[in-house]
Design a protein. Structure first.
Lengths: 164, 607
């Protein structure tokens, strides 16, 4: 992830990017706004049997059926309650729409790419490590910059479409 | 060599027309063999091949011109009565037509391959020599031979005298060529087989020809829909304007209910219409079969009448594309295993000629295709013995099987009653192909067989794969949808009626034992607090198998449009897709075939 980001940083060190920041448990994360299609409240979710626990199920997004993934479950965090703040971020994952359940969506922030620091070597979960592409350390907040396309790794995609 | 054709449109037109002509040609040629005196048919065949020749020479396809030209010559002689239709001639003509198909498919593929065409042409040549009548074994016409020879030649005596010594060399050289050709054919990458494969590609068009009338109907219906939309908008405006009016609500309600009825009517009509556009007659597949049956009958030394019924029955393109293979295997099976040789038939007091009936018909939302022969029927004892010899089943399993279950054994991969594999059958693959394809289409296979009287294979297939009739069921608190095409019947039972055999729950149903599968367990559904005494069993059929799905409640029947779950959730075992119900909720569609498969894999249904 580090290597993937570096050439970009060199090219345009001061380029501004926009992030959608969201909360999960105690921490704050950010994803590239260009990947986010929409943010919706929790609709009724249809459970899909025999899937990993982080697959919450599927929803009807205006006539399209899309899978919903619980970020808490994916990161191995304790299951949180659905509150009025809970949102689904519908993201474009290589052409397919997918929803991610987060505790709350806070705001869209602008930062210059130079502010993104390489991720620290140790993060509490391997999954988190996998899709963490940088850390934004501002005076009053710490933001983890995620690349969610790495969240569903290649092997897992195969697992879904093969053995499972 | 790439095709250089300036006018792409012209080329496409040529390909469409030629493909159609060739498809019809096969059928016509086989028909001609049966009724050689039918001059209309003869002329039609001649015209077809002539058209192909003309068009290909115009576009400059040399190889195609050569083959069609020689074929046309032979046909011309047949037409003029200088030759008489015999199976030998037909074999050669059919081979030539196969070659033409192969060449056309090359052109379609965009590359002209320099294929070996001389072998086939060499086979045609003997029939073109003046004395061809002698070469072909003909009893009644032999006396006319001498008279026939000079006829095509000019009347002048001198050239005739010259021609006379020339004739023998032609005659002599032709058989030599033919005999040379025969071993070559065997060494060379056998063109007819290759052709068979290519021919299938030919039928795979991505464009649809739609009847103009259907298009007009569609336009009318869309027009109606637009009217209803206008009506709806008007209603909305009226309602906004008279919102305060006390009477407004009631009037609006009444009008709105009328409107929704009309819209529902128009949309379902529209849906039918669009569905119809995707429909093509099953004839498209059926018309290949007379040719196949003829060739097989000749190879096997059997006599057979192929009767085709209901070829005008329409079904979805996607289904038509998939049923070709299984049907070929079933027909092969009927020809090879079902029908006896003429001698065997006369010995058992049957007519020399066997009958093979291929029929298609609509039955509700399904199409039923049946392949029926009046041959020897399937002997369940023999099937059981073979299956045990091959180690496909154990004695215990066999003991628990009914007649039906034993017949179903023929679908096991590796099963064959033949001692030795032949070209046609015996490797134990065919029926497995049938099963796999039918399963893919959510279809059902039924076997009826009476020893000595014949057997019948019945395929029940859904009309379309995009929109299905489904049965909504409740499993504890969750709703699932089961394709109605797979549902055979539903039963209300009490759990104490279930039995357990070797850890497998079963239900005694009339004279058979039905294995059960609890959807609550298969799908890990949270058991609800409410305890029920009665539950429902939905009996589903997948290809030749039957299983009872245990559900909590039946909710009713609904027509649903299948939505994919996306590539991340594709191929979940037992789930075919999803659909959105009227209230906007997503419901998963059960894939009975997948359910059975996943349970097969584990040996037992996970209990």
């Amino acid at each position: 992830m580090e290597t993937a980001l570096q050439p970009k940083m060199e090219e345009s060190r001061s380029e501004l990017i926009q992030l959608v920041s969201f909360k999960l448990d105690q921490e704050e994360y950010g994803v590239n706004v260009l990947k986010v299609r929409e943010i919706i409240r929790m609709p009724s979710i249809t459970r899909v049997p025999n899937t990993p626990n982080y697959i919450e199920g599927v929803i009807n997004l205006r006539g399209k059926v899309i899978p919903i993934i619980s970020m808490r479950m994916r990161f191995g965090l304790p299951d949180g309650e659905t509150t009025s703040q809970t949102r689904i971020m519908v993201m474009d994952m290589e052409g397919e729409l997918m929803g991610f359940v987060v505790d709350a969506v806070s705001e869209v922030i602008r930062i210059s790419e130079s502010e993104i620091q390489p991720p620290p070597a140790v993060v509490n979960s391997a999954v988190e490590q996998e899709c963490l592409s940088g850390v934004i350390n501002q005076t009053e907040r710490l933001l983890f910059f995620l690349d969610l396309e790495k969240l569903i790794s290649r092997e897992e995609r195969q697992m879904f479409s093969g053995v499972m | 060599m790439a095709i250089e054709c300036e006018d792409q449109e012209l080329l496409e037109g040529f390909l469409t027309e030629t493909t159609e002509l060739l498809e019809k040609l096969d059928d016509d040629l086989v028909a001609l063999e049966k009724t050689p005196s039918d001059t209309d048919l003869m002329n039609g065949i001649f015209r077809s091949i002539h058209t192909v020749k003309g068009a290909s020479s115009f576009l400059g396809f040399e190889l195609l011109v050569k083959v069609t030209h020689k074929t046309e010559d032979v046909l011309n002689r047949l037409r003029r009565g200088e030759l008489v239709v015999t199976p030998e001639i037909m074999d050669v003509i059919l081979e030539a037509v196969d070659l033409v198909k192969l060449l056309v498919s090359d052109i379609k593929g965009g590359d002209i391959i320099d294929r070996e065409i001389d072998d086939t042409i060499a086979k045609l040549l003997p029939f073109l020599s003046e004395n061809a009548k002698e070469a072909t074994v003909l009893k009644p016409a032999s006396s006319e031979v001498s008279a026939a020879v000079p006829t095509p030649e000019p009347p002048s005596a001198e050239p005739a005298a010259q021609a006379a010594p020339e004739t023998p060399p032609v005659q002599a050289s032709a058989p030599v060529k033919a005999s040379e050709a025969t071993p070559q054919v065997k060494n060379a990458p056998a063109p007819p087989k290759d052709a068979d494969k290519k021919v299938d590609d030919l039928s795979d068009n991505s464009t649809v020809r739609v009847d103009v009338k259907r298009l007009d109907d569609l336009m009318n219906q869309v027009g109606e829909l637009v009217l209803e939309r206008n009506r709806m908008m008007q209603l909305n405006t009226d309602y906004q304007g008279h919102g305060e009016n006390t009477n407004g609500g009631a009037v609006f309600g009444e009008e709105f209910s009328k409107l929704s009825k009309r819209i529902s009517f128009v949309t379902s009509e529209l849906q039918m219409q669009v569905l119809k556009m995707r429909m093509i007659p099953v004839e498209k597949v059926f018309k290949k079969f007379p040719r196949i049956v003829r060739n097989m009958a000749r190879d096997l030394g059997k006599e057979v009448d192929l009767v085709i019924l209901g070829e005008e029955t329409e079904l979805d393109r996607s289904v038509v594309d998939e049923i070709g293979d299984p049907l070929i295997h079933l027909i092969r099976n009927a020809m090879d295993h079902g029908l006896e040789t003429p001698d065997e038939r006369t010995a058992t007091g049957k007519t020399r000629k066997g009958t093979l009936v291929l029929s298609a018909a609509h039955e509700g939302n399904q199409i039923v295709i049946s392949i029926k022969d009046n041959g020897r029927g399937i002997d369940p004892d023999r099937i059981a013995r073979k299956a045990r010899e091959k180690g496909l089943i154990t004695d215990e399993q066999l003991a628990a099987m009914g007649q039906r279950e034993i017949l179903d054994l023929i679908f096991l991969p590796g099963f064959s009653t033949k001692e030795k594999a032949t070209d046609l059958s015996g490797r134990g693959v065919g029926m497995d192909v049938v099963r796999t394809n039918i399963k893919k289409l959510n279809g059902i296979i039924d076997i009826k067989s009476e020893l000595g009287q014949g057997s019948e294979f019945i395929l029940k297939l859904p009309l379309t794969l995009a929109i299905i009739q489904s049965l909504l069921v409740e499993v504890e608190e969750e709703t699932y949808s089961i394709p109605l095409a797979a549902v055979l019947e539903t039963l209300r039972v009490e759990e104490r009626e279930f039995h357990t055999i070797g850890g497998q729950e079963v239900l005694k149903l009339r004279d058979s034992v039905l294995p059960l599968m609890r959807l609550q367990k298969v799908f890990n559904v949270q058991p609800s607090e409410r305890s029920r005494i009665a539950c429902y069993v939905v009996i589903v059929g997948v290809a030749e198998k039957r299983v009872g799905l245990v559900v909590s409640r039946l909710l009713g029947q609904q027509e649903v449009a299948i939505k994919s779950l996306g590539k991340y959730l594709a191929n979940l075992p037992g789930i075919a897709g999803s659909t959105i119900l009227g209230d906007g909720r997503v419901t998963l569609i059960i894939d009975p075939a997948g359910l059975l498969e996943s349970s097969d894999g584990g040996g037992r249904i996970a209990a």
